[in-house]
Design a protein around this ligand. Structure first.
Ligand code: ARG
Length: 469
């Protein structure tokens, strides 16, 4: 199905040769031909053509027989694309022209009737909207799979602890499930952005023609109904010139790719000998060609690395659209490759990330040791002082002093002589053992967004409800 290279462009397949004496230069044609990438829109283009044939029939441009023959030819054309036998020619400029050329080959003069009442400008705007709506839907499904893997791991490991970090330094202990669900909610907003983009893309543009609307009495609402759009675009110039739907998809895709990248980075860290929090399953690990012992988290690294190209896709389209006057400009042909690339990249990244997460085996002992160490209960001690009437500023000082003592003694807060703690402030006593217990510290954080077990269970229920919806 791949279009053949343009050798010399004859006029036969072009849609616009008549007013020119000479055909395009080879270099000009090579720059302009888009079948190499827009072939991908064949199904969306044919859907638009079916709707258009229906409208031409309704207004009498096609009689019953012509309409039936055109519909049948469009079906045959779709079959040729689907089974890979559609042959592009070197003089097909784009997918729209190639399909018209195919119809003329197949039907003769009748094949040329479909061009009435439309332009490639509204055709491509329509095709791209249809593609983007589908891309939003399938990307959201990919995000749901990653969220599902996180929720499953959170549920299966509800008893495990983890160090909650800031600045990549241990801060306060949390449940591992709380940490995993943090990624779940970030991804949920990523899915929400794609869903918002899909809603705004849900607007039909056929009937806009080149830019001003049509003299033929074609009904924009009929196109919307036939193609599954909820609304009709309010303005024909906007309809053919706008690419903000594509930009919005790419923005949502880039933000999502960056979320995935951050998760990838977390997995890379966890799987180092230095952290040792988790092991990535064999199916998502790779070895080294020289170091026999290696077990590398390449897939998580690629998830991280692929975000770069999706961000690039967004920047590319923003840059393409930035200086364009109304309405259609050929620069807009450059919108498709970034959109396809971002959709394809996420199609690769999301299942691989979901699989990597599902394959993780956590080391509960190392996680617990890391959660408990690093003076991670210093805040709890300071807040206990606050409960006993001390200003936080002073409490911070007192506990900071105790941390220094512990550090000097090569121990943690729970290793200091209780008498020393009791001496540190008049409100303190030796009875702080419970305060310096990690589990107790976690259970104290029992507000709805905290890390206490009951809160995390409730969060999991909420997460499940999102996935079931
Ligand atoms: N291949 C073109 C694109 O992708 C289709 C629209 C061409 N319109 C035109 N006026 N040359 O944007």
């Amino acid at each position: 199905m791949a279009p053949s290279a343009s050798d010399d462009a004859t006029a036969a397949g072009r849609l616009w040769g008549a007013r020119f004496e000479a055909g395009p230069a080879e270099a000009a044609w090579a720059l302009g031909v888009s079948t190499g990438f827009d072939a991908r829109l064949w199904a969306h283009d044919l859907a638009g053509s079916r709707a258009h044939a229906g409208e031409l029939h309704r207004i009498g441009v096609l009689d019953d027989d012509e309409h039936a023959r055109l519909r049948a030819a469009l079906d045959r054309c779709g079959e040729a694309f689907a089974d890979g036998t559609f042959a592009f020619r070197s003089d097909d400029e784009d997918v729209h022209g190639a399909i018209e050329r195919w119809l003329v080959d197949d039907l003769g003069e009748l094949g040329g009737k479909l061009r009435a009442g439309r332009s490639r400008n509204d055709q491509i705007a329509n095709d791209l909207r249809l593609f983007l709506k589908d891309a939003c839907t399938s990307t959201i499904a990919g995000v749901r799979a990653v969220q599902g893997a996180l929720a499953d791991q959170a549920e299966a490991n509800l008893d495990l602890l983890a160090p909650g970090m800031t600045h990549l330094q241990r801060g306060q202990p949390v449940l591992l499930s709380h940490l995993l669900l943090a990624w779940f909610w970030m991804l949920d907003r990523d899915a929400g952005r794609l869903s918002d983009a899909r809603d705004r893309l849900d607007e039909s543009v056929l009937g806009a023609g080149a830019l001003a609307g049509l003299t033929l009495d074609l009904d924009p609402r009929a196109y919307a109904d036939a193609l599954g759009f909820s609304r009709v675009a309010p303005n024909s110039m906007d309809a053919v010139a706008a690419r903000d739907g594509a930009t919005e998809f790419l923005a949502a895709a880039a933000i999502l790719a960056v979320t995935c990248s951050r998760i990838g980075e977390e997995i890379v860290l966890w799987s180092t000998a230095e952290f040792g929090f988790a092991r990535v399953g064999d199916a998502y690990s790779t070895g080294s060609s020289i170091m026999p012992q290696k077990r590398n988290p390449d897939i998580a690294e690629l998830v991280r690395g692929k975000s770069g190209r999706v961000v690039g896709d967004l920047v590319a389209l923003l840059t393409i659209v930035k200086g364009l006057p109304l309405t259609y400009n050929r620069d807009l042909q450059e919108d498709k490759e970034p959109v396809f690339d971002a959709a394809d990249t996420l199609d690769l990244v999301l299942p691989a990330l979901a699989g990597t997460i599902a394959s993780l085996r956590f080391d509960g002992d190392r996680l617990a040791a890391a959660a408990a160490g690093g003076f991670s209960l210093a805040t709890d001690l300071a807040e206990e002082l606050v409960r006993r009437g001390v200003a936080f500023r002073e409490a911070h000082e007192v506990v900071g002093g105790l941390v220094r003592v512990a550090e000097d003694q090569g121990t943690d807060l729970d290793g200091i002589d209780p008498a020393v703690i009791a001496d540190a402030h008049p409100t303190l006593d030796a009875d702080v053992a419970d305060l310096l217990d990690v589990r107790a510290a976690i259970e104290r954080r029992s507000s709805s967004l905290g890390t206490a077990t009951a809160s995390v269970r409730a969060q999991l229920d909420r997460a499940r409800a999102v996935l079931d919806a």
